[in-house]
Design a protein around this ligand. Structure first.
Ligand SMILES: Cc1cc2nc3c(=O)[nH]c(=O)nc-3n(C[C@H](O)[C@H](O)[C@H](O)COP(=O)(O)OP(=O)(O)OC[C@H]3O[C@@H](n4cnc5c(N)ncnc54)[C@H](O)[C@@H]3O)c2cc1C
Length: 325
């Protein structure tokens, strides 16, 4: 099934270039960037509050001190874990992805593939990143499925079902693997002198397990709130609370709604997916994108839930908005 539009509604991000661009922006603002530097532990004051981190790099051990520390260490959450504030995420997605050179690339189309063959609890994807390059990946929900996404991805690249087959000859260039939290917004994200952001805060949209937008957006909010707190001379939890209020106001209800749809999707059989796709194909490109982006705050979601000509679509959006039909 294809959803398309006459004007581009979505783009594939060159994530590496984006990260370099962000790093450059930080440097331009006066930040010092240390690479190959591994944070091992936290440094606390006599009250038990964080005042720095200890790390090592190829030259040896190194310590960093700060009035405010921002934990943006991703899934591993090394800082808040070392503080004893959190434990490992229990529910998460495991993702494996190959960047490949392919014979036949349609640079205008990206694919999401669902069903048992692709992922027993999640989805597979093809994102074009150039005229002859795509990223092919598989995401699998844990603990819902014990299947290893790397194994499943290799099987798919060999058996080449559906749109993977249409890529023709595939030559792997690079492999990526990682874990993405899927435990809802269960973590508190401000403590005395400490802010959690991005995957470390669990700020991921559970529908497609995407977190880059949120990590960038709320990273900026964290920076702003931290700067204000420093100026005011108060860096305790209450001074950093505006950060938590800001991001919760922005995404908490959307993520909760997305969680309901995820619960509906995660256990679907292939037959049930076919029925679900019959509903999804009724959506315009914009509606579909808002839907998978978990952009449910828009009033048109409510309109869809009450006025869409198809009952099944009204039911799907009713679920999102908590309306029973
Ligand atoms: C295969 C895969 C595909 C994905 N696809 C998408 C997608 O298409 N769209 C999307 O929005 N999201 C996607 N995601 C999720 C996305 O990558 C994350 O949500 C996002 O990167 C979170 O950003 P972050 O800055 O919080 O964490 P990260 O991007 O994980 O960054 C954490 C950083 O901290 C560093 N770090 C960790 N521990 C330490 C330590 N001890 N010392 C020093 N540094 C440390 C890491 O090296 C890393 O640079 C995908 C994830 C995976 C695994």
């Amino acid at each position: 099934m294809t959803i398309s539009d006459s004007v581009p509604q979505a783009a594939v991000l060159d994530v590496r270039k984006t990260f370099r661009w962000l790093a450059q922006q930080a440097e331009n603002q006066g930040a010092d960037i240390f690479v190959k530097t591994n944070v091992k532990d936290v440094i606390k004051n006599q009250n038990g509050d964080i005042v720095g981190v200890s790390a090592n790099n190829p030259e040896g051990d190194v310590s960093f001190f700060g009035k405010i520390i921002i934990d943006s260490s991703g899934f591993g959450s090394v800082v808040c874990k070392s503080m004893g504030f959190v434990t490992q995420w229990k529910r998460f997605g495991a993702g494996a992805e190959y960047e490949v050179r392919a014979e036949n690339v349609d640079p205008e189309t990206w694919w999401l593939m669902v069903g048992q063959k692709y992922s027993p609890a999640g989805y597979a994807w093809i994102f074009p990143i150039g005229k002859d390059k795509v990223r092919i990946g598989v995401g699998i929900g844990k603990p819902e499925s014990s299947i290893d996404p790397t194994e499943r991805l290799k099987e798919l690249m060999e058996s080449k079902p559906g749109p993977i087959g249409r890529l023709g000859k595939i030559t792997p260039i690079e492999f990526h693997y990682g874990l993405i939290p899927n435990d809802g917004l269960s973590r508190k994200t401000v403590y005395n002198n400490l802010i959690l952001v991005g995957d470390s805060a669990g700020q991921a949209n559970p529908l497609v397990l995407e977190g880059i937008r949120y990590a960038i957006k709320f990273g900026r909010v964290a920076g702003r709130v931290a700067a204000d707190a420093l100026k005011s001379g108060k860096t305790d939890e209450s001074a950093l609370l505006p950060y938590e209020k800001n991001w919760r106001k922005e995404i908490e209800s959307k993520i909760k709604s997305a969680g309901k749809v995820q619960d509906r999707w995660v256990g679907l059989s292939d037959e049930e997916w076919d029925k679900e796709l019959d509903i999804i194909k009724e959506l315009t490109a914009e509606e579909f994108l808002n839907f998978i982006k978990a952009d449910f705050g828009l009033s048109n979601m409510l309109k869809l839930a009450t006025h869409h000509p198809k009952l099944a679509v009204r039911q799907l959006f009713g679920l999102v908005k908590g309306i029973k039909k």
